[in-house]
Design a protein around this ligand. Structure first.
Ligand code: PLP
Length: 370
């Protein structure tokens, strides 16, 4: 049989969860709740759903290829992003934006655009599981720098730069820990990173962050630095199933990535829904509020149970445990609560609706050793 490239066979695959319906069938349970993938528990914006309905008609245009330029969505993003900019130049232009089939796909495109066999990418550990997979797919080498106090150690990451370094990945907030790196430390980090290395700031949970010291990364774009900022419609915008995210970078970087992304890489439904989701500020506000209330509830309950957790800037909470994470995962699963085990001794739980959070806590209370 045909053999994969040596470096492809070495990749540790991403392990997806089973479909919820299938799990329920296997375990003989019903009404399970999924708190495993950091999705929006409120669902998509009603405006996005309306836009989708329009596509689902004979003249909705689904027989046509999507707009490859993402004209309307990029323009809407341009306007939204330019509102929040700072410094002398606040305006983002559409040619500084790339759309992707989820921000995941843009991680892949960035790696394929800027890395080859033997090149190095620096990342934290634990951090987003897809970075080493993307790097491995081109024969690159992942340099994994341990987190300190559950946060990226930006000093150690800058010190890990060698002549082979092409990309540094920073998930901010970090998945799975929910922590952020702040403005000052990020500034010092950027001062140490030489030109010619792409800093990928993965801001998938950007809209949830409340900390006033969260770095404004657009500033580095305005300064012409080698930076790619990644954001997504999968989290706060509730469109994970449609797969759409975007990247913001200097035009020269976008131009090269555009060559690699493949034509029609985001579909019409995703573009239409994202455009409407972006305009639905009420839904965004409600999502963030529900998340804040859920966080407070979970902090209080976990605190009362004496269970340690890492305060989060995102829509999930990381809990380091003494028990084996697999055992906790299985015990919760039996009660229909699906969370994510992380490594041997931690779990990550997505903040859900109030009732879902209560069910998670009730299920946790029944487990003897945590
Ligand atoms: C840090 C981080 N980056 C990127 C993604 C990918 O998001 P998507 O491909 O759905 O846009 C996720 C999803 O969990 C994430 O946690």
């Amino acid at each position: 049989m045909i053999k994969p490239l040596k470096y492809v066979s070495k990749i540790k695959p991403y392990v997806p969860g089973k479909p919820v319906k299938e799990l329920e069938r296997e375990l003989g349970i019903r009404d399970s709740i999924k708190l495993a993938s950091n999705e929006n528990p409120l669902g998509p914006s009603p405006k996005a759903l309306e836009a989708l309905k329009e596509l689902l008609s004979a003249d909705g245009g689904l027989n046509r290829y999507p707009d490859d330029t993402g004209y309307y969505l990029k323009n809407a993003l341009t306007e939204r992003l330019s509102r929040g900019g700072n410094g002398s130049r606040a305006k983002i232009s559409p040619d500084e934006i790339i759309l992707g089939n989820g921000s995941n796909s843009l991680i892949d495109v960035a790696v394929r655009t800027f890395m080859g066999p033997g090149d190095e990418a620096i990342m934290g550990t634990p951090s987003f599981v897809f970075y080493p997979i993307a790097v491995g797919s081109v024969g690159g080498v992942s340099i994994e720098v341990p987190l300190v106090d559950y946060r990226h150690d930006l000093t150690a990451m800058a010190d890990a730069v060698t002549e082979k370094t092409k990309i540094v990945f920073i998930a901010n907030p970090n998945n799975p820990t929910g922590t952020i790196n702040k403005r000052g430390e990020f500034e010092r980090f950027m001062e140490k990173i030489p030109e010619g290395i792409l800093v990928v700031m993965d801001e998938a949970y950007y809209e949830y962050v409340h900390d006033s010291e969260y770095p404004d990364t657009l500033k580095y774009l305005f300064e012409g630095r080698d930076i790619l900022i990644l954001r997504t419609f999968s989290k706060v915008y509730g469109l994970a199933g449609l797969r759409i995210g975007y990247g913001i970078a200097p035009k020269a970087i976008i131009t090269e990535m555009d060559k690699i992304r493949g034509p029609f890489n985001t579909n019409s439904a995703a573009q239409a829904a994202a455009l409407q989701a972006l305009s639905d500020e009420a839904h965004l506000k409600k999502t963030v509020e529900i998340n804040e209330q859920g966080k407070e509830f979970l902090y209080k309950e976990l605190g009362a149970m004496g269970i340690s957790y890492v305060p989060t800037e995102a829509n999930f909470i990381y809990m380091p445990l003494k028990a084996e994470s697999r055992d906790i995962y299985n015990a919760l699963l039996k009660t229909g609560v699906i969370i994510r085990p992380v490594g041997p001794n931690a779990i990550r739980v997505t903040v859900g609706l109030p009732e879902e959070n209560r069910r998670f806590i009730e299920a946790l209370k029944k487990i003897k050793e945590l």
